[in-house]
Write a protein that binds this ligand. Structure first.
Ligand code: CMC
Length: 446
């Protein structure tokens, strides 16, 4: 039997260890030792496959439900340091982008890797704006939904339906085609969202106004009534633009992973975006902003907060808008949003639920349960209060997340397509079911 080798070879006559970028594993079933290269702090899962108990063995796999410790890709798009509460798009801190950029400029940055020149930004804005209209048949399609249909359900269906209008979208390895679908998707998301909202109210659809900025046009399609030209309040227009910047990407989250996974089958980007939107809809992801507002309404008053926190600690409920897989510190987006809320409340009046939210945060940040688990407010904790003050019903909150996240999804999808190492996503399983057995006719079953 082979004896295990030491992980690091001692230098002659010394006990000093030599640093090597490798990992030595000893399989105690066989006594064999394997040296696996370490690159960027990572070993390749496929390098484990050589570790076998006997020659007929399939080889070692790693078991990682929910991908808590598995890197899926190399990426150059978004950087997060969860312990320090840092978020950067293409290297630019989120705080600087929120202060100085616009959503469309940020979307360009995510998709192209660099901030645009003035001419590039004009051209990009022109193309996105030229693609805000949707085919009249999509309007008819939206008309088919019941008046109280959840707008996220309508969005998932309508985005998927777009794929049937643009056959050229299947040409995913053609750069010009990808660019066109990108203009279309980013241009049409606000239109679909606004039309879903107007449908729920039974109001006629308001068409895009291409003279307006991206957020102002969205507000126009949502709230325009009889006026000849809709003029958005500049504070709300800027607030929405900042919220869009903050939601544009967040590396390998559940919906980005859905986008990459579904896209890896080489389906068109509308179908993959519909899948990503479905992933975002869930209450643990983009649906959390909706749940936060319902939770604050449920708490009802500041004096009820301690009792509610007690129920959370007892495992009866989750504190929505708190906690994050990656952030073990204050979510930097939540910090910006909390500051921004005051500007919106100055225009629209203070949201009465704010006091409850502040009390929840105050108690939670001092409580051992939340402190030891490093549970801090995330992006969704304060957004709902702003959206509600701006006049959005709660069901529209996740839609307001999906619109800007589209640029991040497309950036992730494109990076995946152009990565020579990527293939169709296909995880493994550990089969724990019944061993082979024979079919039993129904009359013989007990
Ligand atoms: N309230 C109460 N306890 C919580 C919460 C919470 N919001 N989040 C996590 N915990 C506890 C959890 O019970 C567990 O405790 P224990 O170790 O005793 O079992 C511990 O903290 C670790 O939680 P986890 O579920 O293993 O953590 P995760 O990384 O799998 O989940 C999360 C991350 C965001 C799904 C979770 O924190 C959560 O459900 N938060 C509420 C929903 C929410 O706000 N989602 C929005 C996320 S940010 C926007 C986005 O990207 O979509």
């Amino acid at each position: 039997m082979a004896m295990p080798r030491p992980a690091a070879q001692p230098t002659t006559g010394e006990t000093k260890t030599m640093s090597r970028d490798s990992l030595t594993i000893t399989d105690n079933r066989t006594g064999k030792t394997y040296e696996l290269p370490i690159t960027n702090g990572t070993i390749r899962a496929m390098d484990l496959r050589q570790i076998k108990a006997d020659p007929g063995d399939f080889g070692m796999m790693s078991y990682d439900p929910a991908f808590t410790n598995t890197a899926l890709c190399h990426s150059k798009i978004t950087f997060i340091d969860g312990d320090k509460g840092v978020l950067q798009y293409r290297g630019y801190p989120i705080e600087e982008l929120a202060e100085r950029s616009s959503y469309l400029e940020t979307a360009y940055l995510l998709l192209n890797g660099e901030l645009p020149s003035k001419a590039q930004l004009e051209e990009w804005t022109y193309h996105v704006t030229q693609h805000t209209f949707i085919h009249e048949s999509i309007k008819k399609f939206l008309d088919g939904f019941h008046y109280d249909a959840h707008p996220m359900g309508m969005m998932i269906s309508a985005i998927g339906a777009l794929s049937t209008f643009y056959a050229d979208a299947k040409d995913i390895f053609n750069e010009a085609s990808r660019r066109k679908q990108t203009w279309r998707l980013i241009g049409k998301m606000p239109t679909l969202a606004a039309f879903a909202y107007r449908h729920s109210l039974g109001m006629p659809y308001a068409y895009p106004d291409n003279d307006l900025s991206y957020p102002a046009n969205f507000l126009n399609m949502l709230f325009k009534t009889t006026e000849a030209k809709y003029r958005a309040n500049p504070v709300l227009e800027r607030a929405l633009d900042i919220l869009f910047i903050l939601h544009a990407d967040h590396e390998q989250n559940c919906s980005a992973n859905a986008m990459r996974c579904v896209g890896s089958s080489q389906v068109d980007p509308y179908s993959a975006t519909a899948a990503a939107t479905a992933a975002l809809y869930g209450p643990l992801h983009g649906g959390a902003n909706e749940e936060v507002l319902r939770m604050l309404l449920d708490i009802g008053s500041v004096s009820n907060v301690p009792a509610y926190i007690k129920r959370v600690k007892g495992g009866e409920k989750r504190l929505m808008g708190f906690g994050h897989r990656i952030y073990k510190n204050y979510d930097p987006r939540a910090r910006i949003i909390k500051r921004m809320a005051d500007e919106v409340f100055e225009v629209m009046g203070r949201n009465p639920l704010l006091n409850i939210a502040l009390e929840v945060e105050r108690i939670a940040l001092e409580d051992d349960y939340f402190v030891t688990r490093k549970l801090y407010p995330n992006v969704d904790f304060y957004t709902g209060l702003i959206y509600q003050s701006m006049g959005f019903p709660v069901t529209m909150f996740p839609v307001l997340f999906a619109i800007p996240r589209t640029s991040g999804w497309i950036a992730q999808w494109q990076e995946m397509l152009l990565d020579a190492e990527q293939k169709i996503a296909r995880p493994r399983q550990i089969y724990m079911g019944a061993a082979k057995r024979s079919y039993v006719p129904i009359e013989q079953r007990s």
